[in-house]
Design a protein around this ligand. Structure first.
Ligand code: DP6
Length: 400
């Protein structure tokens, strides 16, 4: 048996188009409704994680973005324990699962993107440890159940493209609550995704805490879970499979609106959208109305930053509209960016200095092993390199 093993992987983030909100089991992280997401390209956003096992390690240790965790929280422990148990059940010859692990993880995306990293973080952790332990899935979606133990939305980052998280129903162990890829990243190449960062501040209340409060107080939430989501997912799956942008876009916006209505129905209410988020909702609604067809769809998660879906053919005009209405400074504003006819119809104020960044990206693939590294841990010492191997990319300074 070898004395050490090392694996490095990367994993993507995902954006929910049907939101997961509410747990029926807090320990196993089982949701009250199924959800749907798009996985974003790892060219722009990814977590990179190196996992190393060694007989000489004394305890499990984790470094996140260069800083060692004082102690591993419950979710992290649950995840690692679950993977070890699975490896032991399989009686793998290479017994790495019984050695201590050193885990080093970086989010290779700028903090200014205003995106949560727990989904890519846990997906990457699970994918990397499973590779180190040589854990083959015994049934489809098995590894997604391990990622789910870290953070619900992480199970969807285990696949690329268009992904459904089935809430599961029957199994007490939650093994039927799995992520399933409904189409891969090549399915609808015309889709472009824009991320509009209005705020880089931490959200006032975490998703975990907020959804718990909604579970306790919102009367709309159980209605939605029982009567709305199932049908909405069917309609959206159909729109995705037939590449019907109009239907897709409308459902995505309605879904985002409903999610934020539930936040407001929670007591005390949760308000993730700010004035700029609301201005964008108005802008895109009027813009679509002007064209008498849907050209762009917004969705907002637990924060004020928008994710917009559009088609390649609409992208250039949409960029101009966004740059016109959200110039980053007085000097950036160009009145000739859009035709007078459009600005007259939209009749909305120009909002200066509100938009921090726009990042445009695509639908992308799932987690991958980096067979030849580079690793984030020094194989000689088992510690992170003093110099970052994966320095985060520069902050995006210019929109587009
Ligand atoms: C609004 O997955 O972060 O982004 O399971 O408690 O870790 P925990 O919550 P988390 O919640 C994500 C909520 C959401 C919608 C979604 O991604 O589906």
């Amino acid at each position: 048996m070898n004395d050490i093993a090392i694996v490095t992987c990367s994993a993507p983030i995902n954006i929910a188009i049907v939101k997961y909100w509410g747990k029926r089991d807090n320990e196993l992280i089982l949701p009250i409704n199924s959800s749907l997401s798009t996985t974003l390209s790892q060219d722009d956003f990814k977590t990179v994680t190196t996992v190393m096992a060694s007989k000489s390690f004394q305890r499990d240790r984790v470094w996140l973005n260069g800083i060692e965790l004082d102690k591993l929280d419950r979710r992290l422990q649950n995840c690692i324990r679950n993977l070890r148990e699975k490896a032991n059940e399989r009686k793998n010859e290479r017994n790495f699962q019984n050695m201590c692990l050193h885990i080093c993880s970086y989010n290779n995306f700028p903090t200014s993107a205003g995106l949560a990293s727990s989904a890519s973080g846990y997906a990457c952790l699970v994918y990397a440890i499973a590779s180190l332990f040589h854990l083959e899935e015994r049934w489809a979606g098995e590894l997604s159940t391990c990622a789910r133990l870290g953070s619900g939305s992480a199970c969807r980052s285990m696949y690329g493209g268009w992904v459904k998280w089935e809430k599961g129903r029957n199994q007490a162990d939650g093994n039927d609550s799995i992520a399933v890829q409904i189409a891969d990243q090549r399915h609808w190449p015309d889709i472009v995704v824009l991320i509009l960062v209005f705020s880089q501040q931490q959200k006032p209340i975490s998703s975990t805490e907020a959804m718990q409060r909604s579970m306790e107080t919102s009367t709309l939430l159980p209605y939605r879970a029982e009567h709305i989501v199932h049908h909405r997912i069917e309609l959206l799956e159909n729109a995705i499979m037939t590449k019907n942008f109009d239907t897709f876009a409308k459902l995505v916006m309605q879904e985002s609106n409903q999610f934020h209505a539930i936040c407001l129905d929670t007591y005390p209410p949760i308000m993730y959208l700010n004035e700029q988020s609301k201005s964008l909702i108005k802008l895109l609604s009027k813009y679509n109305e002007y064209h008498k067809m849907i050209k762009a769809a917004y969705t907002f998660d637990a924060g004020p930053n928008a994710v917009i879906y559009t088609l390649k053919e609409n992208f250039q005009e949409l960029k101009r509209v966004l740059n016109y209405y959200y110039p980053r400074s007085e000097a950036d504003w160009e009145p000739e960016l859009i035709p007078d006819q459009l600005s007259t119809y939209l009749d909305l104020p120009v909002i200066k200095n509100a938009l921090k960044h726009i990042i445009y990206t695509n639908i992308g693939g799932g987690p991958k092993v980096w067979p030849s590294g580079p690793h984030l841990l020094d194989i000689a010492t088992g510690l992170p390199y003093a110099e970052k191997v994966h320095a985060p990319p520069p902050e995006p300074s210019e929109p587009f």
